[in-house]
Design a protein around this ligand. Structure first.
Ligand code: GAP
Length: 543
């Protein structure tokens, strides 16, 4: 059920606060005031991130015969970015507020209506100095002109006037303009293109010949290493290369917490396929896309459309397998006019974040654009000789490209829950619980001796910890009332809690000796199980 915007903002604030309080996410360099667009993952966040990446890697490479991995360098030969088009076209239109100098992305400014006040210039009443630079300010309808004058006076004062007298004021009603700062109302500069790649220099000389770039996507390294991987991995088309790694984009407006960051991680697959004409020639037909439903298992007569649909479905199922149900996701099939010039189709998988439904992953059918570009710029052939099809061609590619950080944020937003519960004394309280799927949960099980000052309980609890530790992330906690300890684990989403009590050590008779209580986070139900059975009960649920 959709909730009002204010509730969603409140929810997001609570999530951000929990993330800081419990060690999921910290602002980068916080003690120095932070740095916009950069984030650090704390002890709990680091575990969550590691689990997500492991699960992606496992599903892409270990559980399949047709995908292999790569771990490439972040800085590559600068010509890579010329070939890929990033040097010329990876840019956003940017505008600056003429008053505050704050920078906005021109295409993200919401249209505004109101009254614009125009000035032809200003004069310093004391010195007589005049500035002829024009300026204007947009006010919401009904606001007094004085507000506009105040902004204009500040603007001319910044240009060196002291007793500012504004010149040539004129007012005009304006509808749906994107030419004014949404914050100060001051006029914005004309849009200028701003390349999003971070630039540096390799070696001690800061010259243009030594300019290098931090990769803005991990994909290009896969294309550039296509031949090496092909020749060393005994793969043949169709096959894929998967990579997880850092990417950097000098985003103009980092926003929505970690959603749009300047440093982030991607999980990208380039899945190389035969061109449709080769499939057609080899198999005599090209499989038709089903009108509804999913394509099923890969077949030799699949062209790009089937492979593309197949990967959309694979990715949706993967998200489901880590706890994002289909009703939290949407698919957006880009319209023809929205597609990049080389893309035949692109589907965005969106998640319903509290701040709006936004992209988690893009799945693009990129034709042979990338390999052909690298063939052209490097002069090295990127063709594959396909013995089965008796054909030589540059493979086409399907690219499912996901953001690790965005997925983490989606999982955190999805997991956050509050419920009113009644404690042992009959008092009601709000329980904050992160309902992570056990596969991604940062800590899998909490182990608690009922009392910390009973050596027999502690000894047994430590033995349980040591039994489980080689298989999963265990948190041992002997501090405070047991109820508090459960709540602490609920807040970081630990799906299971094991308590060692007097029954465990046989104080209440031999029948229950060697058993513990196993508490389930979501239902808060407890069951009595044998210590020896714990690995067998827990492992299938977390793997
Ligand atoms: N190789 C294709 C590519 O990079 P993209 O749509 O620009 O495509 C893929 O990026 C994914 O990377 C996005 O769906 C998103 O999850 C993640 N991503 C992109 N820019 C990001 C940013 N500034 N902050 C966090 N994640 C980002």
């Amino acid at each position: 059920m959709s909730q009002p915007a204010v509730k969603q903002t409140e929810r997001m604030e609570k999530i951000v606060s929990l993330c800081k309080r419990r060690g999921f996410i910290f602002q980068s360099s916080e003690i120095y005031g932070g740095i916009n667009g950069f984030w650090d993952y704390g002890p709990i966040g680091a575990e969550l991130k590691r689990n997500v990446k492991e699960l992606w890697w496992k599903s892409m490479t270990r559980l399949r015969d047709d995908i292999v991995g790569l771990d490439a360098s972040i800085i590559m030969h600068p010509t890579v970015w010329r070939a890929s088009g990033h040097l010329d076209t990876f840019a956003d239109p940017m505008v600056d507020c003429l008053l505050t100098k704050k920078r906005f992305r021109a295409d993200q400014i919401e249209p505004q209506s109101g009254v614009a006040y125009f000035y032809t210039g200003a004069k310093d009443e004391a010195s007589g100095k005049e500035i002829k630079e024009t300026f204007s300010v947009l006010l919401a309808a009904g606001k007094p002109p004085e507000s506009a004058r105040k902004v204009a006076v500040q603007f001319y004062a910044q240009r060196g006037l002291q007793n500012v007298a504004l010149l040539g004021e004129q007012a005009e009603k304006i509808e749906n303009t994107i030419r004014y700062s949404p914050e100060s109302g001051a006029l914005l500069t004309e849009p200028r293109m701003f390349n999003l790649m971070f630039k540096s220099h390799a070696g001690p000389v800061e010259s243009e010949e030594n300019a290098v770039f931090l990769r803005p996507e991990t994909a290009q390294a896969i294309f550039v290493q296509f031949k090496n991987v092909l020749e060393t991995s005994r793969q043949k088309v169709p096959f894929g290369i998967a990579q997880i790694g850092k990417a950097f984009r000098n985003e103009i407006n980092p926003r929505n917490y970690t959603f749009r960051s300047r440093e982030f991680e991607q999980m990208e697959l380039e899945f190389f396929i035969k061109p449709d004409e080769v499939v057609q020639k080899q198999t005599g037909s090209l499989a038709a896309l089903p009108e509804s439903g999913i394509p099923g298992e890969p077949q030799p007569n699949w062209g790009w459309e089937m492979w593309h649909k197949y990967w959309v479905e694979q990715r949706m199922s993967w998200y489901e397998s880590i706890g994002l149900s289909r009703d939290t996701l949407e698919q957006y099939w880009q319209k023809k006019e929205e597609l990049a010039h080389y893309a035949r189709a692109t589907v965005d998988i969106l998640y319903k974040f509290p701040f709006g439904t936004q992209e988690l992953e893009g799945i693009a059918a990129r034709g042979d654009y990338d390999l052909s570009q690298h063939q052209k710029f490097s002069g090295k052939t990127q063709e594959f000789f396909d013995q089965d099809a008796s054909a030589k061609y540059v493979p086409h590619v399907i690219e499912p490209s996901a953001g690790v950080d965005r997925l983490l944020l989606a999982l955190i937003c999805n997991a956050y829950d509050e419920e009113t519960v009644t404690d042992e004394k009959g008092n009601s309280e709000v329980r904050t619980v992160m309902r992570f799927h056990p596969r991604v949960a940062p800590i899998k099980v909490g182990v608690f001796p009922l009392l910390r000052n009973k050596p027999a309980l502690v000894e047994k609890a430590l033995a349980v910890r040591d039994l489980l530790r080689p298989h999963m992330n265990v948190f041992y906690d002997d501090g405070g009332a047991i109820g508090r300890r459960y709540r602490r684990q609920d807040e970081v989403g630990t799906p299971f809690g094991v308590t060692v009590d007097f029954d465990t050590i046989g104080e209440n008779g031999p029948e229950l000796e060697g058993t513990v209580t196993l508490r389930h986070r979501d239902s808060m139900k407890q069951e009595r199980v044998k210590i020896a059975d714990l690995p067998g009960i827990l492992l299938p649920q977390i793997q």
